[in-house]
Design a protein around this ligand. Sequence first.
Ligand SMILES: NC(=O)c1ccc[n+]([C@@H]2O[C@H](COP(=O)([O-])OP(=O)(O)OC[C@H]3O[C@@H](n4cnc5c(N)ncnc54)[C@H](OP(=O)(O)O)[C@@H]3O)[C@@H](O)[C@H]2O)c1
Length: 243
Amino acid sequence: MDARAAIVTGASSGIGLAVARMLGEQGYAVTLAGRRPDKLDAAYEQLRGDGLDVQPIVADVGDEDDVVRCVAAHREAYGRLDVLVNNAGVGIGESIGELRTKALDIQLATNLRSIMLFYRESLAMLTAAAAEHRNALVVNTASIAGKQGQAWLSVYSATKSGVVGFTQAMNRELGGLGIKSTALCPGFVDTPMTDFVKERVPPEAMIQTSDVVASVRMLLALTPGCVIGEIIFERPAGDGSLG
Ligand SMILES: NC(=O)c1ccc[n+]([C@@H]2O[C@H](COP(=O)([O-])OP(=O)(O)OC[C@H]3O[C@@H](n4cnc5c(N)ncnc54)[C@H](OP(=O)(O)O)[C@@H]3O)[C@@H](O)[C@H]2O)c1
């Protein structure tokens, strides 16, 4: 493969770390974006120690300046962008009557607004890559909660539903350029995000990060004439709910 490059947000943990590793192993140079420096550094050391070409960029994706800086740092280091994985996200459970405006704003900014900003900032590089191979890929980590709103996770559900809608719009707006977008919609995945529920739902009964990695690997293998706009991952009990 010719040199290719990717950005993965929320790359310091869980799904993002697993996808970043897979991309690195497939020969992509990968910018790892994450919020907490120590955690990001640990992920970076792990991947670099395994011989992968990665760079860590500490960035709060909810902050516009950080998004701009992150994409600029990627451009500076690698000069191209073939795959963008908008994966950073946060879920804050609370009832609508108790809704804290700060929690609302954090989820909107981290889960939804950031994705729009990353597209805007990355568009020139994605367009250039797509002109080369018509297979630029943007993967947006939504959630099954974006397909079926969840009680006490209403704001989270709304942001993820927004991610699904925005992904559809991007396919209509950018598909002709050769830039494909996919929304991933998993139920419970065994990552630190689901630690709160592991007494009730054992980790081994959850979707694994390897399942999500397998889906992204499949997306990378598609020919230019095929786009998969959305992938829903359910647990076999299968009523579509998170639990
Ligand atoms: N696990 C599930 O069951 C599940 C199901 C459906 C969808 N998802 C989605 O999958 C994505 C990844 O979650 P995960 O399960 O892998 O959880 P995770 O292990 O907690 O990872 C979340 C990642 O996002 C980063 N992050 C959070 N806020 C950020 C911000 N403002 N700026 C930059 N990075 C930020 C975290 O870094 P810091 O720790 O430093 O903040 C971490 O690297 C999220 O979008 C989540 O909503 C998860």
